[in-house]
Design a protein around this ligand. Structure first.
Ligand SMILES: *Cc1c(COP(=O)(O)O)cnc(C)c1O
Length: 395
């Protein structure tokens, strides 16, 4: 039997390769950071990690993890409700709640699980989920695992959202779900308007802060800070795998009754292993650092502004952004790949994205800024962009 299936798989793989969408992995032999070493021996400046605050290799986080490795061991060998909960997990949940100004928090192994396990336990076929068209795959999958009626509105289009709210009037409970920052453009969800519409039409709101937490808002508390909605949104989900240290882990935080029910019914929580205590402890340390100083957020905001200004001055076409994501528009798919390859030769690691990851004829290079970048790193990247841009006739 396998022979036939194998042929089928080989054809599929060939199709992916033919369409130029085959994803290769680059192998890094150094810690994650602004400067990384690849297994080819090449050292490059990294502009494609979600390491927004430069914490992936932070000494204080590593120290917290090492100490906890000694005090609490390596792994839990259990899900949370059997024997996988330590004092450290409880403390991290409290830290998340305090950071976002929410009532209670539940941890997951990843935000993919937080989103995957969110909707099924809360909503039935009597209810409606109204989802932004550019929401993350984990939200889409989470919604598919739930029997609620599904509605989709065009990205950040409030007129369309209002239409969907009108269409879904007959449903018992309604919830609007959106990413805080959309990862391909770097735009921020208009949470102030979403919140107003939700109030007007008696709906609830879920925001996934994965790309916005640590990044957006003066003190990095995400889009609820940016729009002065701290504590007002029913549910926030997020990851410890991006700005918050970059290891692994997800959370859902919000109204306490919602969190309580998730602890009873959310399948990735009930049937998947508990976070390693050392990872949870580093998370606690991370929230301590973020709460005691704004240094990293300030540096990230300054870096982003500097990079954007210089790139616009150089004549690049950049999507309006309010995050640490900067989409340098090239429109043409092969050009985006050529451009990224040339930048790598020049020692700058970025990714060129094209259809179907972004809409047709909207190919781009996505640059992700970090507090870990120095001014010199930024200047080297800008210089390389200008060089490649001239060579390839972009500017
Ligand atoms: C990265 C991301 C996730 C997944 O987070 P993990 O913790 O890596 O599973 C979920 N939602 C959004 C919006 C993301 O950007």
């Amino acid at each position: 039997m396998y022979e036939k299936f194998k042929n089928h798989l080989e054809n599929e793989l060939n199709d992916i390769k033919q369409s130029g969408l085959y994803k290769e992995e680059r192998i890094i032999t150094s810690p994650q950071g602004a400067e990384i070493t690849l297994n080819t021996g090449q050292t490059v400046l990294n502009f494609c990690a979600n390491n927004y605050l430069g914490l992936s290799n932070n000494d204080l986080l590593k120290e917290a993890a090492k100490q906890t490795l000694d005090s609490h061991g390596y792994g839990m060998s259990s899900v949370r409700f059997i024997c996988g909960t330590t004092d450290i997990h409880k403390k991290l949940e409290a830290s998340v709640s305090e950071f976002f100004g929410t009532e209670d928090t539940i941890l997951y192994a990843a935000c993919f699980d937080a989103n995957g396990g969110l909707f099924g336990p809360l909503f039935t076929d009597e209810d409606a989920i109204i989802s932004d068209s550019l929401n993350h795959a984990s939200i889409i999958d989470g919604v598919l695992l739930c029997k609620a009626k599904r509605y989709r509105y065009n990205n950040a289009d409030m007129k369309d959202l209002e239409d969907k709210l009108k269409e879904s009037r007959a449903q018992r409970f309604r919830v609007i779900v959106t990413d805080g920052v959309f990862s391909m453009d770097g735009n921020v969800a208009p949470l102030d308007e979403i919140y107003k519409l939700a109030a007007e039409y008696n709906a609830m709101v879920v925001v996934d802060e994965s790309h916005s937490a640590g990044v957006v808002g003066e003190t990095g508390r995400g889009v609820t800070e940016l729009f002065n909605l701290r504590g007002e949104i029913e549910v926030i989900t997020g990851t410890l795998g991006k700005a918050f240290g970059g290891a692994v882990g997800g959370f859902t935080t919000g109204k306490k009754e919602i969190i309580s029910l998730l602890r009873q019914r959310s399948r990735p929580y009930l049937f998947s292993n508990s976070l390693p205590p050392m990872v949870a402890a580093a998370g606690i340390k991370m929230f301590e650092i973020m709460s005691s100083s704004r240094e990293l957020q300030d540096k990230l905001h300054k870096n982003t502004e500097y990079f954007l200004t210089k790139m616009l001055d150089a004549g690049f076409d950049i999507k309006p952004t309010k995050s640490a994501i900067c989409a340098v528009m090239l429109y043409d798919a092969p050009l985006s790949q050529k451009f990224a390859a040339r930048l790598l030769e020049l020692g700058i690691y970025v990714i060129g994205f094209f259809f179907p990851v972004v809409p047709k004829d909207q190919a781009r290079i996505r640059v992700q800024l970090s507090a870990g970048h120095s001014r010199e790193h930024l200047d080297r990247a800008i210089e390389a962009f200008i060089k490649a841009g001239r060579e390839l006739g972009v500017i």
